[in-house]
Design a binder for this molecule. Structure first.
Ligand code: 4HQ
Length: 232
């Protein structure tokens, strides 16, 4: 039944409740296809005030997350397993989270996500236990929680049974590398604008052809970079 497990190491576990509630992801958790746990790093602090951060060596502004509570929180997840789950640290320095990366991460049965705050985490944690750094884009956030949620969402929907129908993700945006074709629903006429005739023709070969052409045209117009051969 269980298909994929995520454990999130964070100082803000409550931020994850919305994605575990009534969303598609929440439904998959309830049905047992996904397991998502949050681990509060603060619970593992050996400091008398349960501190999880400290001043940076060498000075400078901001705080750095202390290695000890992070290491112990990770140990609490790994203890008792007969394998070592992949540990991903969400960071602007990481590999970009693309659809290709999501398909790759989907192959893992268990991923541990580490969310950093302030100026980041002590470098020795990255050297000792982080397997991969992943970025959700070239902008700066206040913490790794939103990136972790983005990663969980886009990887989870690739897990069989999470989406209502199996084919739902196979012909959409970024799967083929093209953008999605325009979609219409009722009414036929909205504010004087009607639905393209091909779509109401019932001729499925023509509909497929129209959709393919629109995908290509749209990609050329809105995201020409996606049509250029990638450097890899
Ligand atoms: N942060 N993609 C700084 C990000 C980020 C991103 C997470 C802010 C880590 C320490 N993470 N903390 N962009 O901006 O993943």
């Amino acid at each position: 039944m269980l298909c994929m497990r995520f454990d999130v190491l964070t100082i803000f576990p409550d931020m994850f409740t919305p994605i575990l509630m009534d969303s598609i992801i929440g439904r998959a958790v309830k049905s047992g296809i996904l397991e998502i746990n949050t681990i509060n790093i603060r619970d593992f602090s050996k400091d008398k005030h349960f501190k999880t951060d400290d001043y940076p060596y060498g000075g400078g502004s901001g705080m750095v997350m202390t290695p000890q509570p992070i290491y112990d929180a990770w140990q609490s997840v790994v203890n008792g397993l007969d394998y070592v789950p992949k540990l991903v640290y969400l960071s602007p320095q990481g590999n970009c989270l693309t659809q290709k990366k999501a398909l790759e991460l989907r192959e893992e049965k268990h991923i541990v996500l580490l969310c950093g705050h302030y100026e980041g985490i002590d470098e020795r944690i990255i050297e000792l236990i982080v397997d991969e750094e992943v970025s959700i884009g070239d902008y700066v956030l206040t913490g790794g929680e939103l990136p972790a949620m983005v990663l969980i969402d886009c990887v989870s929907r690739l897990v069989p049974g999470v989406l209502p129908s199996e084919e739902a993700f196979s012909n959409e945006s970024h799967y083929s590398g093209l953008l999605e074709y325009p979609q219409y629903t009722r009414p036929y006429d909205f504010m004087g604008k009607t639905v393209p005739e091909t779509l109401i023709s019932g001729h499925h070969a023509n509909i497929d052809k129209w959709r393919q052409e629109m995908s290509l045209k749209r990609t050329a117009q809105k995201r020409p970079d996606l049509l250029k051969p990638s450097p890899l």
